[in-house]
Design a protein around this ligand. Structure first.
Ligand code: AMP
Length: 462
C-alpha cells in the first residue's frame, strides 16, 4: 500500500496512545499493584524492551507461535539479531542470573510493569504493543508459592471490582509432557482427516497448542482426547494435589481445565489463568501464570525452581470500562491561585511554588486573566480557598484569601500567605470541616523509567 508522504502521520496498526483521559485507570492499577507488591514482599525490576533474539528462542521455544510468528525480531546496526520482548519472564530470568541474584537469600521476589510486543492480528483486547505486569518468585519449589500468586491476583481483581474464574491445570515435568504428547499424537492418527492443514502442522510442531484452539470443531473433537492430568508422574501429582489443597484451604474456587496449556514452552507443572466470568473460551484471559522450574538452568544459571504470573493491563482496563467501573476520584485541590495581569502572575507563580513545596494541594490557571473565569475553574475543581493577587494586592504586597464555601474574603501579607493557609487547613481538619493539608500527591509513575544502571558502552556499539 503506497502512503501519501504529505498525509498526517498515523499510529501503526495494533498500537495505541494512552491518552490523559485513560490515565486515572492506569494510576489506579499501578498503585494497587504497587501496594500488593509491598504487602507480599516483591521488589520492582524493569528489564530492557530490546534483548537478544536468542534469549527468547531459548526460553519461550523455537516452535511456539510467539517466536515463530509474533516476535518483532530484526538485525540491529551491528548485524546482531535483537527482539522486542514478547513477554516478561525471560528478561527477568536473564537479569536474575546476570546480577548473581542466585547468591541472595531465596526466594527472590520481583515484579515489573511495562510494554511488550507481539505481531499478532489486532482485534479488541489484542494489540501489537500491549502492557503487562508480572510477579516472579525464584528459589521456591513449594506449591504454596503458586497459591500466594493466585491470592495476589484475586486481591487485585477484587480491589478493581472484577469477577474472574480461575482455570487450573498441571503440565507435569518434561518427561510427563513427552509421554503425553506421544499419546496425544497417536490418538490423532485415525482423526487427522478432521484437522485443517495448519492444525496438522501444529500437531507435529507444537501439538499442545491444539488443546486451547478456539476452533469449535476441534473443540468438540478433543472431548475424547487423552488428558494430561492422567499422565502425571508421582511428584507432579503430589505437587498439584498440594496446590489444590491450599486453594481449598483458602476457599478459592477453580475450574480444573485439562486444556489449559499456555503458549510458552518453559512451563512445568502448575499453570493457571484468570478469565472474566463471561468468557468461556479464554479468549479474553486477563492473565496467566505457571511454574518454570528449569528455565533458570536452561538459560545458564544454577538450577533454581521458579514460578510467576503475568496480567494484561490493556485487557483489565477494557474490562473495567465495559463494566462501567470507575477509578477512585483524585483528591481535589485544597487551594487555587488566581491573578490579574502580568506583574501579579509573576508574583503568583512564586506563591504557587511556595504553597506546593509546603505540601499543599494547589491548582492554577496561569494562562487566564479574568477573575470570574478563574473563580469558575476553582469552583469546578472543588478548591476550598482561592488566593487572589489583583492590582491592589500587588501594590500592598498582600494576598486576598477567598473562602469558596461562603465567599468570605480576607487580606493577608504576601509573605505570610503560606503559613496562614497551613494554619487554616489544619484548623479545618481538626474541626472536620475541610480536608487535611499536606496530603502528598500520588507519586508520579513514569513507566519509561528503568532501573538505575549505568551502561558501559562497548567498542562494538561505537
Ligand atoms: P501471556 O503472556 O500470553 O500468557 O499473556 C498474559 C496476559 O497478557 C494475557 O492473559 C492477556 O491479558 C495479556 N496479553 C497477551 N497478549 C496480548 C495482546 N496481544 N494484547 C493485549 N493483551 C495481551
Amino acid at each position: 500500500m503506497s502512503k501519501d508522504p504529505t498525509a498526517p502521520p498515523q499510529l501503526l496498526r495494533g498500537m495505541k496512545d494512552i491518552l490523559p483521559l485513560d490515565q486515572p485507570y492506569w494510576w489506579w492499577l499501578f498503585d494497587t499493584l504497587r501496594r500488593l507488591a509491598t504487602d507480599f514482599s516483591f521488589e520492582r525490576i524493569e528489564t530492557p524492551i530490546l534483548e537478544s533474539t536468542s534469549l527468547f528462542t531459548r526460553s519461550v521455544g523455537e516452535t511456539t507461535d510467539i517466536v515463530q510468528k509474533e516476535m518483532y525480531s530484526f538485525p540491529d546496526k551491528n548485524g546482531e539479531s535483537v527482539a522486542l520482548r514478547p513477554e516478561g519472564t525471560t528478561g527477568v530470568v536473564r537479569a536474575y542470573i546476570e546480577h548473581g541474584m542466585l547468591n541472595q537469600p531465596q526466594p527472590v521476589k520481583l515484579w515489573y510493569f511495562g510494554p511488550f510486543f507481539r505481531h499478532d492480528r489486532p482485534q479488541s483486547g489484542r494489540y501489537r504493543q500491549f502492557w503487562q505486569f508480572g510477579f516472579e518468585v525464584f528459589g521456591a519449589p513449594q506449591p504454596v508459592m503458586e497459591c500466594q500468586l493466585i491470592l495476589m491476583a484475586r486481591a487485585l481483581f477484587s480491589t478493581l471490582g472484577l469477577e474472574t474464574s480461575l482455570q487450573l491445570n498441571s503440565l507435569g515435568d518434561p518427561t510427563v509432557r513427552e509421554q503425553y504428547i506421544k499419546a496425544f499424537q497417536a490418538w490423532f492418527k485415525t482423526r487427522k482427516s478432521e484437522l485443517s492443514e495448519d492444525q496438522r502442522l501444529q500437531l507435529q510442531r507444537n501439538p499442545l497448542r491444539l488443546l486451547d484452539s478456539h476452533d469449535p470443531h476441534l473443540h468438540t473433537l478433543l472431548d475424547g482426547a487423552p488428558q494430561i492430568l492422567d499422565y502425571l508422574d508421582e511428584p507432579s501429582k503430589q505437587h498439584f494435589a498440594a496446590v489444590v489443597e491450599y486453594l481449598d484451604e483458602l476457599d478459592i474456587p477453580f475450574v480444573l481445565n485439562p486444556r489449559l496449556v499456555r503458549g510458552l514452552d518453559y512451563y512445568r507443572r502448575t499453570v493457571w489463568e484468570f478469565w472474566p466470568t463471561d468468557d468461556e473460551s479464554g479468549q479474553a484471559s486477563l492473565g496467566g501464570g505457571g511454574r518454570y522450574d528449569t528455565l533458570v538452568e536452561e538459560l545458564g544459571g544454577r538450577p533454581t525452581p521458579a514460578v510467576g504470573f503475568a496480567g494484561g493491563v490493556d485487557r483489565l482496563l477494557l474490562k473495567l470500562k465495559e463494566r462501567q467501573i470507575q477509578p477512585p476520584r483524585a483528591e481535589p485541590p485544597q487551594l487555587y491561585v488566581a491573578q490579574l495581569g502580568e506583574p501579579a502572575r509573576k508574583k503568583m507563580l512564586r506563591l504557587f511554588e511556595d504553597l506546593r513545596r509546603a505540601g499543599l494541594r494547589v491548582a492554577e490557571s496561569m494562562t487566564k486573566d479574568g477573575l470570574k473565569q478563574q473563580l469558575e475553574v476553582a469552583g469546578k475543581l472543588g478548591a476550598h480557598y482561592t488566593l487572589i493577587i489583583g492590582q491592589k494586592e500587588l501594590m500592598d504586597d498582600t494576598v486576598l484569601i477567598r473562602d469558596m464555601e461562603n465567599g468570605m474574603q480576607e487580606v493577608v501579607a504576601y509573605g505570610k500567605a503560606v503559613v496562614e493557609m497551613e494554619k487554616r487547613l489544619a484548623k479545618a481538619k481538626a474541626n472536620g470541616t475541610k480536608p487535611m493539608p499536606g496530603l502528598v500527591k500520588p507519586e508520579r509513575f513514569d513507566p519509561r523509567q528503568v532501573a538505575d544502571s549505568t551502561d558501559e558502552s562497548t567498542a562494538d556499539d561505537a
